[in-house]
Ligand binder design. Sequence first.
Ligand SMILES: Nc1ncnc2c1ncn2[C@@H]1O[C@H](COP(=O)(O)OP(=O)(O)O)[C@@H](O)[C@H]1O
Ligand SMILES: Nc1nc2c(ncn2[C@H]2C[C@H](O)[C@@H](COP(=O)(O)O)O2)c(=O)[nH]1
Length: 333
Amino acid sequence: MSRAAPLTFVLRSMSLNSVSVRNIKSRSRVFPLFILGGYSKSAVICRCLGSNTYHKLCIANKIAKTRLMTKTPSSSAQLHIDTKHMDSLSRVKRVSIEGNIAVGKSTFARLLQSQNQDWEVAQEPISKWQSVESTSSQAVGSAQPTVSNLLQMMYQDPQRWSYTFQTFSCMSRMRTQLQPPPARLLYAQGTPVQVFERSVYSDRYIFALNMFELGCISAVEWAVYQDWHSFLLEQFGHRAQLEGIIYLQAPPETCMARLRKRGRGEERGVQLTYLEKLHVQHENWLVNKSTELHFEHLKQVPVLTVDASVEFERDPEVQERLITQVQTFFSGL
Ligand SMILES: Nc1ncnc2c1ncn2[C@@H]1O[C@H](COP(=O)(O)OP(=O)(O)O)[C@@H](O)[C@H]1O
Ligand SMILES: Nc1nc2c(ncn2[C@H]2C[C@H](O)[C@@H](COP(=O)(O)O)O2)c(=O)[nH]1
């Protein structure tokens, strides 16, 4: 049997009984798919009726990429596919926790993780920013690997390192948001939710914007950042889209006290004015809705604002109230 070069398809729509795919190379052909069965962990093998053509579908959340394993089917080809797996994937909601530095996002995320097996928390990849490996451009073979703390470099010399930091933080957030959900979420009884600590959106609409407004990112760097950010999200955004946002809201003074209490070395020089500015950015985006957004779906994403000024770390009653609030929010997504 002859093998054609692999083609890539993107799942366009999904219902209980059919799935249609668009050939992204020709941008025109649509193949109806019908349920049959048989899938492995992250791949579905489907068969094209009336021919020996097989397709392998690699699924990520609501979007599936199919790879043509053998010859090209006719445009009327009917494919068999198990959509049970796809339905499970599409049930998984994606929510980010947003809020000022040290407001309590990690603490809150840990609380959520401990409360419900149907929720999976992805932490902010701070450790990656604290240890960036590089090699010097010395003679081949003698180059020594170096580990740099980009978070510290950004705080020590924001003019020099803010743009570099935002490229790295955004890429690491994108990677996190593109992670498929763990298998146990696919079999969840309730509402399965992937919870992200911050997102590619706060990267742009909170931090990068703030650094630009503070003059730590130049006009050219800001233009370049926005250009690749928009492109990245246009290309992959459908796989990283959020269904909800939890905004942990607290006065900057409270965040400052918690930041000092936490005592992270890199943040020693952080001033209250910086947290005040970040607070305004959060309020503008998530409460006043005055931040200019560039992604239509983002304008519609529901926001749950949680009063994070209360001490919830060691108060089971407050924790219970918060969890109920979150549970109600998740089930309405
Ligand atoms: N609700 C709260 N009340 C009092 N202290 C808190 C609360 N939430 C978090 N903290 C403390 O504040 C500090 C920062 O919390 P953390 O969860 O690391 O914040 P973030 O992830 O938003 O930066 C930690 O020392 C934590 O113990
Ligand atoms: N300049 C930027 N700084 C950022 C960004 N994301 C996080 N951070 C800083 C703020 C904190 O010092 C630390 C971790 O944040 P927490 O709020 O989780 O404590 O990293 C960013 O995009 N730009």
